[in-house]
Design a protein around this ligand. Sequence first.
Ligand code: ZN
Length: 285
Amino acid sequence: MADTIILKGKVIITGKLRTKTGLHIGGAAGGLDIGGITNPILRHPVSKEPYIPGSSLRGKMRCLLERQMGKPLTKLIQDVRIHECEDPNDYQECPICHIFGLTPDIVRKDKDKTEAWLAKIKPTRLFVRDAELHKSDDDGLKKLKDAKLDLPYAEIKTEVAIDRITSAAVPRQNERVPADTVFGPFEFIYNLYDVNGTGVAADVAWLKHVFKAMELLEDDYLGGYGSRGTGKIAFEDVTLTLRSQAYYAGEEEASDLTQKHNEQPVPLRGINYDDLQTTIAVALA
Ligand SMILES: [Zn+2]
C-alpha cells in the first residue's frame, strides 16, 4: 500500500528574541573590511543589518535537545558530530529525528534497511526562519540605527590573550550585536502530519520538545564565544497559532493557542503542555 501523508495543520510559534549580552553570529571575514575586524558578524548582503539565521537557531536547539536526552552522536558531518538514528526502529521513537529530520542519504546508506526506512521515514516537523532586527520596536532596528556604535549595528569587543611567560597581551577583536537588541518576530513552523491514518497525537506530544529546546537555549548561548560571555538570549511574547487543514482550504480561521496570564502571553516556562495538547486535539477534531 502506498504511504499517505496528510498535513493536518501547522503550529506557528512567533515572538521576540532579545539579546541579553552581546551576540556574535559569525560571517565571512573576507566579506567585510571595515576596520580590519577578524571576526565579523553575519549581515544581510544588501541592507548590512545583522540577522539571526534560522540554521543557527535550529542547529543549537537540536544540539541542546540531543544532549538533554543523551542521544548517541552517530553521524559525522565534516568535523561535526551529531545524533541521527541509525535504525528505523529507533527512529520510530525518536523525537529529535522527527522534529529536526534526517539527512536524505540515510535511506541509501544501509541497503539492508532501505525498505524499513522507506516505510518509516517522515517529513521534518520543524522549520525555523531567519530572524531580522525587529522593525517596530525601539529595541530593534531603530535603536541600533540611532546609536553611535563602532560599526553599523554592532560593537567591537576586544579580548586579549595573555602570554604566560612574558605577560604580553595580544588583542583580538570580535564584532557583536549589542546587548538588549530585539530580533523578530522570529518564526518557527511546526508541522502536524497524519501518516497512513495514524493521527497526529505523537506530533502534538513532541511539540513540547520545541519549547524545551527554547528554554535550554536561554540557559546556554547562541552563536560564538559563549563560554566567554557572549550569546545569552531570551524569548519574549511567545505566541502560538494553529493553522489547520481546514484553514488552508479556506473553511475556517486560524486558532490562537497562546496561553495568557493577565492578557499577556505566559512566559516560556509557564506553558501548560497538557492544556496545549488538548486544545490542538479539539481544534483538529
Ligand atoms: Zn534519533
